[in-house]
Each structure stands twice: as structure tokens, then as C-alpha cells.
Write a protein that binds this ligand. Structure first.
Ligand code: NIG
Ligand code: FE
Length: 412
């Protein structure tokens, strides 16, 4: 048993389970000042005001004076399993090429796929593990990871097996998503339907047999996969027990949101370009919209219109999109700051979006995302700060003193 005492402010306390927060609800972030929190067997046993802290013998006591505690970040959209990097394309973009122009020249996703196909499973594991360790140190306590840089039967399965190994070896919840329909490899250039059929007939049965993924994703975008392609993959995914979580509306609104909603997608992600119809389509559904502001930042593309979406009563989650092409960063602290600075979310809204709503967007809302009895003790202990507003305000600073997973310090 571990007791955290004298916590200056315990943030995101929810005495009863919350599925997700939407619209005006997101403005409220419940906290307890001068608090304690008790961890037992890796889970939150109890918490409350210091004056009610029980006297316990033979326990580990951690004095948190001046420091605040919040649930770990829930990063519901990443591609952290990849090989090599694409800093050359970064320089190409500085020199004037667009993300799409680079992709048309054989760069982009297929460039990463080439590298990954040539990388052994062990090497890929080691490269990815470093990134996972990095994001844990930055406060991420639950993460979703996608395939999609393989683009062959073997390489997609290699990615998913690496994700499974990460799941087995790290003490945080990890969800896997099959994103075979991420880009069309050049050998299928004039035969997209054969590529999609290959994903369905040759990859999905293995995923189901070996339990390699929970979710299925498609990059539904002009120049990548159409709404018809997306439907085809989502329907096949359903037959193999995979729930949709899809990339839509990054550059163009082509109906991907609607396809997601029709197929009961758990989340629709990116949403940099949103029409009124797209916003309306999400109303009253259980599909979580997910914004990826560090992708908008890195590519200099629009930010998800959070204010408009919250005003329409929608929920919103925040995630990193950590990947080698559009977001080579897995820093949820930066995501929360950027959401406040660029999307005009309040600190309360952004913290809700990066915790409980992120947990929902990967099916983990019963396990993580709030300070609630019985949830995993995946926690962030801040440095000495005056208020939680300081977290998004001091963008780029590391305000995390210590990270706990299942109540154990991850200090390296
Ligand atoms: O979410 N947009 C599609 N996929 C990734 C980026 C892929 C890449 O450029 O490697 C994303 O941004
Ligand atoms: Fe992505």
C-alpha cells in the first residue's frame, strides 16, 4: 500500500464512473485541494481531503507538498511502431514542398513502409520500445498504437506482433489498431481493390486468430482511400471482431465522418477540416471526435475547430498522432498546451480531453482517465506549481516530477 499525502491539488476526481464528457460538461474539472490518495495492488484504493486521511501502519508514504497529481495522459492515437525517421522530408517541406507533393514523389507513408519492411522484428521492437519509454516519462499512462507502415501481409503482421510484445512487456494498457489501408503500395498502384482484398483475406484472419488488434483504421482521404474503400474495410473488420477508429477529414471533408458514424466507429480522428454537416453527423452518437493538434502544428494545417464542436454539444478527445511523417512527437503535455493556445480550449477542457475522453476513445474509460476508486494508479505528480493552468501555460517545459504506473514510480 502506498499513501500519497499533502497533494496540493488532486485533479480530475470522479467519484462515479464517467463514460465521456461532452459540450459544456468539458468545462468542469473536479479537484480536491490538500488531498491524499491511497494505492493498493496497483489501483486507486481511496482518496479524499487530508483531514480525512486514515492513519495507516507499515505503508509507503510519499509527501507531495506543493505538487499536484492528475491521472496519466491517455493517448488514443499513435503510430509509435515505425522504422527510421523522415527528417529529410521535413527539410523538403521547409524548402517548399507540401506533405502531399512529397507523398506523390514516393515519400511519405510508403517511404516509411520501405524502411520497415527491411527492418527485423527485433530491431523494430527496440526502436519502438524507446519511443514508448519516452512517452511514459512524459506522462502517458495508456496508449493506442497502429500498424500501417508495413503495407504487405508480412510487414503488417510484424508491426502488430511488435505491438503485442510491447503490451506484454510494459505496465500500461496498450490497444492495437490494424491500419493496413494507410496508403497504397506502388506494386498495387493500378489495383487498389486487390490490395484491399489482400488485407481482408490474408491479414484479417491472422489478426483474429492471434488476437493482434482490437480496432481497424483506414486513412479516408483524397489520394488515399475513398469512403467506399473505407466501408469495405470497416465491414470486413466487423466480421473479424475489429471496431472502427478511423483517420478522416485531415485535408478534405469527403464523407469519412459519416461513414465512421454509420459503422459505430469508436472514434473519428484528425478532423482538421470540418463542415457543418460533419459536426451534425456526430451529434448524439457514441463516436468520439479526436483532435491531433501537434499534427496541425508540424504540418502547418488548420486546427480542429474545437470551439464550434463543443458549442454543438460534442465531446472531444486529444491525442498525439506520434508518427515519423506528420507528427514526430509523442508529448501529450505539448498537445494539451497547443489545444489551449491554438484551439482556444480552456485548461479544464483540454485536460478532460486528454484524460477521460482519450480513455473512452480507446475503450479504456473503466480503467484509466480519472481519479476514481478501482482504476489503475497511473498517475502524474507535477513539480511545484501554483495552479493546473500552469501545465498548458508553460508550454515546452517539463513540469512532471514523477510518473507512476500501477502505483510504481517510473523514474529512470
Ligand atoms: O495520422 N494521415 C495519415 N497518417 C499519419 C501520417 C502518416 C505519415 O506521414 O507517415 C497521420 O498523420
Ligand atoms: Fe494518425
Amino acid at each position: 500500500m502506498t499513501v500519497f499525502k499533502n497533494i496540493k491539488e488532486l485533479i480530475q476526481v470522479r467519484s462515479s464512473h464517467v463514460r465521456f464528457l461532452a459540450g459544456d460538461e468539458m468545462a468542469e474539472l473536479p479537484t480536491i485541494k490538500d488531498a491524499f490518495l491511497i494505492v493498493e495492488n496497483g489501483r486507486i484504493h481511496s482518496f479524499g481531503e487530508m483531514k480525512d486521511c486514515p492513519a495507516l501502519d507499515a505503508v509507503k508514504v510519499i509527501d507531495c507538498t506543493g505538487r499536484m497529481m492528475l491521472p496519466s495522459w491517455c493517448d488514443s492515437h499513435t503510430h509509435i511502431v515505425y522504422a527510421g525517421n523522415r527528417e529529410g522530408e521535413f527539410v523538403d517541406r521547409i524548402n517548399g514542398l507540401t506533405y502531399q507533393e512529397i507523398a506523390e514523389k514516393g515519400g511519405g507513408i510508403v517511404n516509411s513502409a520501405r524502411k520497415l519492411q527491411e527492418t527485423s522484428e527485433d530491431d523494430l521492437y527496440n526502436q519502438s520500445k524507446e519511443r514508448l519509454e519516452e512517452v511514459i516519462q512524459m506522462g502517458t499512462g495508456a496508449v493506442e498504437i497502429k500498424s500501417g507502415y508495413g503495407l504487405t501481409v508480412d510487414a503488417e503482421l510484424k508491426m502488430l506482433r511488435v505491438i503485442k510484445r510491447l503490451k506484454n512487456n510494459f505496465p500500461l494498457p496498450i490497444k492495437a489498431t490494424f491500419l493496413g489501408a494507410h496508403a497504397l503500395p506502388s506494386n498495387y498502384k493500378n489495383n487498389k481493390s486487390a490490395y484491399l482484398k489482400m488485407l481482408v483475406d490474408e491479414v484479417m484472419p491472422v489478426i483474429e486468430r492471434e488476437k493482434l488488434a482490437e480496432y481497424v483504421d483506414v486513412f479516408c482521404e483524397k489520394g488515399y482511400f475513398t469512403t467506399e474503400d473505407t466501408q469495405f474495410i470497416l465491414e470486413a473488420g466487423k466480421r473479424h471482431g475489429l471496431i472502427p477508429k478511423i483517420h478522416v477529414n485531415q485535408f478534405y471533408s469527403i464523407g469519412g465522418v459519416q461513414v465512421g458514424v454509420e459503422h459505430n466507429a469508436l472514434s473519428v480522428d484528425h478532423l482538421e477540416v470540418m463542415t457543418d454537416e460533419d459536426i451534425n453527423a456526430l451529434k448524439g452518437t457514441s463516436t468520439m471526435p479526436v483532435a491531433l493538434p501537434s499534427c496541425s502544428y508540424f504540418l502547418s494545417i488548420p486546427y480542429t475547430p474545437a470551439r464550434q464542436m463543443l458549442a454543438a454539444g460534442l465531446p472531444l478527445a486529444l491525442a498525439t498522432d506520434y508518427n515519423p511523417g506528420s507528427t514526430p512527437s509523442g508529448n501529450m503535455n505539448f498537445v494539451v498546451s497547443t489545444a489551449c493556445i491554438k484551439m482556444k480550449m480552456t485548461p479544464e477542457e483540454a485536460i478532460n480531453a486528454a484524460t477521460i475522453n482519450g480513455a473512452y476513445a480507446m475503450g479504456l474509460e473503466k480503467e484509466v482517465g480519472s481519479i476514481t476508486k478501482g482504476k489503475l494508479a497511473n498517475l502524474i505528480l507535477t513539480k511545484k506549481i501554483n495552479s493546473y493552468n500552469f501545465i498548458p501555460y508553460a508550454f515546452g517545459s517539463n513540469l512532471i516530477d514523477e510518473v507512476y504506473l500501477e502505483g510504481t514510480s517510473m523514474k529512470s
